[in-house]
Design a protein around this ligand. Structure first.
Ligand SMILES: NC(=O)c1ccc[n+]([C@@H]2O[C@H](COP(=O)([O-])OP(=O)(O)OC[C@H]3O[C@@H](n4cnc5c(N)ncnc54)[C@H](O)[C@@H]3O)[C@@H](O)[C@H]2O)c1
Length: 337
């Protein structure tokens, strides 16, 4: 971070659950960024979020794109709106940070990659696990050769609670395109230089079997093979009763590295009941430093005029695995990527 540089002026699009957390983090934890405006079509919602943080609320993303006092946008709107918003932001000359997925298909993701490249603006995607200190340290160890050649990998995401509030409203394939997409990117990133070649996906509705006929998939395991020989599993559940659980493990010829233990701090309580750790009840609690780190990276990249370290190419590579999972689940066979 260059402390003399002018903060990057941010317009946030989408003031829902994660947008609320992102606004707070950008305003309070990222000195190289300034939250200027928040847009959300729900009346009054953007202003209620923005004003206490010293920003303005608007109801239309177009007002963000047209604003001369905004350099960059952070897109935290619903996933189906991402691709269109990325393209519109780029065409307005704004740097773009988009939550995952960067589109709902490979074609949509390509539209965003092309528009941001053509406009010459930064384009970063919200794979926040790359900025979690323990995941970063794990990757540094892998890059330094400390686990030798990578052979087995695993990454998992278990959402906290007892399952989706409205299981009938979960869009098809969410477990692959919106949940496991984090694990696919994490595995790609923890296996530097390697490319995923094929997948075999198994999934079911074990949390809410009563919604299986509606197409709900709430539990999944995916086996991914890489061109350096590594074999990976990615695993997800929509209902971990004990809290938000995000972990990774890489095993190689020289050793093993692990990241993530579900605890927001390393505090352990020793009492008459034994040893216990506090467990995080959600992503915004467990991953607060990771979210802070990803916005610091975005602002640094904009200030320095360089591409961010997580790109549209990474968004495409992770989505390509999700896309192959849909085909594999449907056909019951291993599918090439
Ligand atoms: N990286 C992560 O850890 C992480 C975590 C949670 C959510 N997400 C992603 O963030 C996005 C939002 O998730 P959420 O849980 O906050 O959802 P949400 O439903 O709580 O909020 C979405 C918000 O977007 C607004 N919106 C919809 N269309 C819009 C548009 N065209 N322009 C502006 N605003 C629009 C809605 O009014 C709503 O306020 C999703 O894409 C999700 O995949 C990422």
């Amino acid at each position: 971070m260059n402390s003399d540089a002018t903060p990057v002026r941010i317009g946030l699009i989408g003031a829902g659950r994660i947008g609320t957390s992102h606004a707070d983090i950008i305003a309070k934890r990222v000195p190289q960024a300034q939250l200027v405006a928040v847009a959300d079509p729900r009346p009054g919602v953007a202003a209620a979020l923005a004003e206490p943080l010293g920003a303005r609320g608007v109801t239309s993303p177009e007002e963000i794109f047209a604003a001369e006092d905004i350099d960059a946008v952070v897109i935290a709107a619903s996933s189906t709106a991402h691709a269109e918003l990325i393209v519109a932001a780029a065409e307005a000359g704004k740097h773009v940070f988009s939550e995952k997925p960067a589109g709902m298909s490979l074609d949509e993701i390509d539209l965003g990659r092309e528009a941001t490249a053509k406009a010459g603006v930064a384009f970063q995607v919200g794979f926040n696990r790359r900025f979690a200190p323990d995941f970063r340290a794990a990757r540094d160890a892998i890059v330094a050769g400390k686990v030798g050649s990578v052979q087995l990998m695993r990454s998992l995401t278990r959402d906290p609670g007892t399952g989706p509030a409205s299981p009938g409203d979960v869009p098809s394939w969410t477990i692959f395109t919106q949940t496991l997409i984090h694990d696919f990117d994490t595995l790609n990133w923890l296996n530097p230089g390697a490319r995923a070649v094929d997948v075999l996906a198994t999934a079911d509705a074990l949390v809410r079997p009563d919604f299986k006929d509606n197409g709900l998939l709430d539990t999944a395991i995916v086996v991914i093979r890489y061109d350096n020989g590594a074999i990976a599993t990615a695993e997800a559940s929509f209902a971990a009763i004990y809290g938000y659980d995000v972990r990774a493990e890489v095993f190689g010829s020289g050793g093993m590295v692990t990241a993530g233990d579900g605890s927001p701090t390393s505090m352990r309580l020793f009492d008459g009941a034994g040893r216990s750790a506090q467990f995080a009840q959600g992503d915004t609690e467990l991953m607060i430093d990771a979210y802070t780190g990803e916005f610091a990276e975005f602002a640094d990249a904009v200030q320095q005029g360089r591409p961010p370290s997580v790109t549209g190419d990474d968004a495409r590579a992770a989505f390509a695995i999700a896309h192959a999972c849909i085909e594999s689940f449907t056909s019951g066979t291993r599918v090439a990527i």
